[in-house]
Design a protein around this ligand. Sequence first.
Ligand code: ADP
Ligand code: ZN
Length: 517
Amino acid sequence: MSGAATLLRDVFGFDAFRPGQEEIIHTVATGCNTLAIMPTGGGKSLCFQIPALMREGVTVVISPLIALMRDQVRALRAAGVEAGALTSGNTEEETTEVWQALEAGRLRLLYIAPERLAAGSSLGMLRRIGVGLIAVDEAHCVSQWGHDFRPDYLRIGELRRALNVPLAAFTATADAETRDEIVEKLFDGQPPQTFLQGFDRPNIHMAFAAKDNPRAQIMAFAAARKGQSGIVYCGTRAKTETLARALLDAGHSACAYHGGMEAEARRIVEGRFSSEDGLIVVATVAFGMGVDKPDIRWVAHADLPKSIEGYYQEIGRAGRDGAPAETLTLFGPDDIRLRRTQIDEGLAPPERRMADHGRLNALLGLAEALECRRATLLRYFGEQATPCGNCDLCDTPPETFDGTEAVRKALSAILRTGESFGSGHLIDILTGTATDKVRQRGHEALPTFGVGRDMDKRGWQGVFRQMMGHDLIRPDRERHGALVMTETARPILRGEEGVTLRRDTIDHTPRPAVRAL
Ligand code: ADP
Ligand code: ZN
């Protein structure tokens, strides 16, 4: 695992990079001047915070927003990183504390407001403390023609020259004039490494499918791509072994890879994957960080990834050469339950657990999306997007139906049985199936018994999965995964809101192996 990935996980608690982050972090950390244009909310802070921890010396961060600086300093300290801010909002005590930490050489990041640069003493101070990197947030503030012009930003170029250290500039404003002005004013006209490309990877076809017979689904996907290099990601080590064997038996060239294997065995797999054509590696997420193979033609997830960031990073390993690549992600109610439990039982503090549930919800929203996957994904990363024409939902728009009634029936079955049962039993009640368990509990006497006869078992499974995906219900871990209603479902139960659901069509016909772009 690279240093950056370790810091991402251990300090910031994230399992995967957002699009663009890894490349930008690498460039900044190696000391190149960098200009990165990233959408708001795309995650630019990490692009200088992680390099700050990888480089010698203090990283000076210049930002025009005092509140934002204070938030970031607070968050960094909470994560155990020594950071401080010098702004007009400081109390005298805070300022003294920052000075002391600087003098003692403890501080890793120093946030300063641009007006501080005007004070003559600042340069001397910054010279003394050994600055290793300058990071400039909202770099478009240097543009005299823009709305956010900050005269003090014009001093940043001088500062860079005086300290003679690399500078990383960030902005969400992408127009060419502003970019040119940033290069002129901050970098003396010497073009820095520039990251402008959007985060979209248009050559990667995206598809999700509900788990029906997952082994058969993966085998069919691989069979349609025989002879092409691919990765199958699995949720457990054991599954990588069994699936690799099944692929071998079906005549593929395949091997397993997971963190429990000897380092030597893992290196052999990595070596084979990069040198051989058409090898399938069946792996846990341990595989991929160092993999730099341009012609991976497909990536499949046999189990739901951890987060939307993890999903995009993993499918993003396909098609680096720009040629068409295919992906398929399988998901089912057990995955959702497993991922929720992992978050709930993890050691993270409560706010982070909430954020993790939020990121899982974003991935489930993508899995259950009714319109273009790519547009849904890019919107999550802060980019504008229109339907892409290269995802399963653009290929075949899903059949939808007004699911309000079905959801209310399901919620009613959950509530009338005291939020104590899993979907199997609830579906028996809804479809009027008088099993032993139903009879023993007297559930055939419930008013909900049989109200869902208009749909079969599989239809109801789809409804329950989508209800989990929309976070209307969650498994209760104290009661072995019994389903409980969430607050999100209340307006639907009260008839104030409706829900559109998709009709599940489980399609076993593999997609054609070769597609034109
Ligand atoms: P901006 O680009 O607008 O400055 P931020 O750096 O504030 O964006 O990041 C926006 C949000 O995304 C923050 O809540 C941050 O914690 C989250 N975030 C950033 N990178 C990742 C990642 N790799 N995985 C998960 N969440 C991330
Ligand atoms: Zn699409």
